[in-house]
Write a protein of this length. Structure first.
Length: 604
């Protein structure tokens, strides 16, 4: 049994979905009857809708249920084209997808601009509006009586019979799921997951949060439009009731039950929900209860839905069959891999002030961090170190003062633009998205380098392949340098704290930043990890980068820093070389005194 499993695992990953699609295409040969083929058709149509929800909700984290309205847009576009005499199914699918995309963009812009729960509310009202919009255009849509009189579908002049419609639905679903997969495994799919984890992280990597959210939401609309066009041509009749809350909740239940952060989970979820729809036709009033139960089972009991259960089963079988990464002991950094030269930029902060209400967090702080040097920023808790980093990164707006990098002002630039200008950072609490590997986390740092659009990702164009090759090659180099190469394929979020901190350094480093801001990168690390970190930070400095180190570990600061700036109560208390700072009486009293006092309290 395990040998069979090991043999199956040697097949390429696309072999299983392709075999499943071939099986579905072959179903009519077995004469399974009308009900079974109708069930497959409706399940695949629903799976298209659900896959859109997986992109926008599961991968991009946008809480919205507007897919039902986009489904309606695709269906009515196809229906009206058909009643106007345009019967080509290809035309209907393209037009349906575009109509849904337009609805997605038009409703996504205000919903996302307003932020917070607005998108959820906008999409909720969008679904409520479907019958009214259909009524307003009654002449074309048939209003609440439904749209009838559609002509049978054709393809390039050939009239499609019911059996051909079945094949068309399977082919459209198979092509869409291949596209979906290509997007999800590309850097765009990783970007969606970064955004879902934290908009702050996304903008610190140079991603425009608004544009990435809108893209995820709008792309999620397209398969719903395809589904609508297929449904219209399957039934040749449309009623506004099809697109109401029953569908919206059913699609949500299918997404959660199948596993919203998965590609093929949409098919499992849709299959189960469609089976429920068919079985419960006599007790239709109970179907919402079933959907509620599915949501609970998928969201609470299974955690990750059916796809999550299958992933775990695969992992267990792999372990039993001895497949996958062997446990490799932690590795030291690879000194044979040379750090590429980095062109650092001088960071200059002049008379910078920032208050939070009555709390003056920074007052007239000026400092310079030079390329090829490590500038440490130390000071007691609450002295304003992180506030300074957040001002440099554009997460906070200064009250007064200047911030320049390589002579260019960044004081008013947005955080994603500042990141694209070459300022990279790590966070006090590492921000690592769940569900992606160590290698993918590092690659996410290159999202704004070497642009490769969605279309090239979908089509796997030569340009996309070159960019991917560079991403992989650079990630391998950086993982070697940071001693994480043996963990490249492990799930990043499961790493211990020390490795997650190093992973953040690796993600920042892959961008070859002009300025690297390290926010308490050594906190919580053991001695070995601190040594490794120190060696990596020295290499980054020697490569030419401007390094700013915010750190409480005074010994590490003394060992690493070229210059030290001491902050206290929002102002600069002292500045100088490590020897000067160590000998400074005010620093001893106001900062080191505090540290020693704290140490005494901890040890007593
Ligand atoms: N977003 C915020 N809203 C209100 N007050 C804030 C905010 N961020 C920081 N502060 C306040 O600004 C002051 C400086 O905080 P900051 O986090 O910059 O200090 P720090 O030197 O980084 O401290 P630590 O070493 O504990 O991280 C503190 O009084 C803090 O409460």
């Amino acid at each position: 049994m395990l040998t069979v499993w090991a043999g199956l695992r040697k097949l390429p990953s696309w072999a299983f979905p392709v075999a499943f699609a071939a099986l579905l295409l072959a179903v009519p040969l077995f004469d399974v009857g009308y009900e079974a083929t109708r069930y497959i058709e409706l399940s695949l149509i629903l799976a298209l809708v659900v896959s859109g929800l997986n992109i926008s909700l599961g991968y991009s984290g946008q809480l919205a249920i507007g897919q039902a309205a986009m489904y309606a847009a695709g269906a009515y576009t196809a229906g009206m084209l058909s009643t106007a005499g345009h019967t080509d199914l290809g035309l209907h699918i393209v037009a349906g997808g575009l109509a849904a995309l337009v609805v997605g963009i038009v409703t996504g812009i205000p919903g996302l601009r307003l932020g917070s729960w607005s998108l959820a509310m906008t999409s909720f009202f969008l679904v409520l509006l479907v019958p009214d919009v259909v009524d307003i255009f009654e002449e074309k849509t048939g209003g609440h009586l439904g749209l009838s009189g559609m002509l049978g579908p054709t393809l390039f002049g050939y009239v499609l019979k019911p059996a051909d419609m079945y094949l068309a639905i399977v082919v459209v679903a198979a092509v869409w799921f291949a596209v979906f997969r290509n997007v999800v495994v590309s850097r765009h799919g990783i970007a969606f997951q970064v955004l879902k984890q934290s908009p702050v992280l996304a903008s610190s990597l140079g991603m425009s949060v608004y544009r990435t959210k809108l893209t995820g939401y709008a792309i999620g609309a397209v398969p719903a439009g395809f589904a609508g066009a297929l449904l219209a041509n399957l039934d040749l009749y449309l009623s506004p009731e099809i697109f109401g809350f029953h569908l919206a909740t059913g699609a949500l239940a299918a997404s959660i039950l199948g596993g919203s952060v998965s590609i093929y989970g949409a098919i499992f979820g849709a299959g189960i929900v469609q089976f429920n729809n068919d079985q419960s036709s006599e007790f239709a009033q109970y179907s919402l209860i079933f959907f509620g139960a599915f949501l609970l089972i998928g969201g609470v009991l299974l955690r990750g839905g059916v796809a999550g259960v299958m992933r775990n089963a695969v992992r267990r079988l792999d372990r039993a069959a001895g497949i996958g990464a062997a446990v490799v002991p932690a590795q030291a950094t690879d000194s044979a891999t040379a750090m590429r030269p980095i062109s650092g930029g001088m960071l200059e902060v002049g008379k910078l002030s920032k208050a939070f209400g009555g709390n003056q967090a920074l007052r007239d702080v000026s400092l310079r961090a030079e390329p090829g040097k490590i500038t440490a920023l130390i000071g007691p808790n609450g002295s304003g170190k992180t506030t300074l980093l957040n001002l440099v990164c554009g997460f906070y707006r200064r009250d007064s003062g200047s911030i320049t990098v390589a002579g260019a002002s960044i004081a008013t630039a947005s955080s994603d633009r500042i990141a694209r200008l070459g300022i990279a950072r790590t966070f006090q609490t590492p921000l690592i998205p769940p569900g992606i590997t160590v290698r993918e986390v590092v690659i996410s740092g290159r999202y704004t380098a070497d642009r490769a659009g969605f279309l090239s990702a979908v089509l796997r164009s030569p340009h996309f392949r070159r960019v991917r090759e560079r991403d992989l090659q650079r990630a391998t180099e950086i993982l070697r340098l940071t001693g994480l190469i043996h963990l490249a394929d492990s799930e990043a979020v499961a790493l211990p704290l020390g490795m997650r901190r190093m992973l953040e350094v690796a993600r920042a480093l892959i961008r070859e930043p002009k300025v690297l801001l390290l926010d308490e990168a050594a906190s919580g690390l053991d001695e070995n990890e601190v040594r490794t970190l120190a060696s990596v930070v020295r290499q980054i400095r020697d490569a030419g980068c401007t390094v700013v180190l915010v750190e409480h570990n005074f010994d590490l600061v003394l060992a690493l820093a070229d210059r030290i700036v001491v902050l206290a109560r929002g102002g600069v208390l002292a500045e100088g070389t490590p020897a000067e700072i160590e000998a400074n009486v005010r620093v001893r009293d106001e900062y080191l005194g505090v540290v020693e006092e704290k140490d005494r309290q901890v040890s007593s």
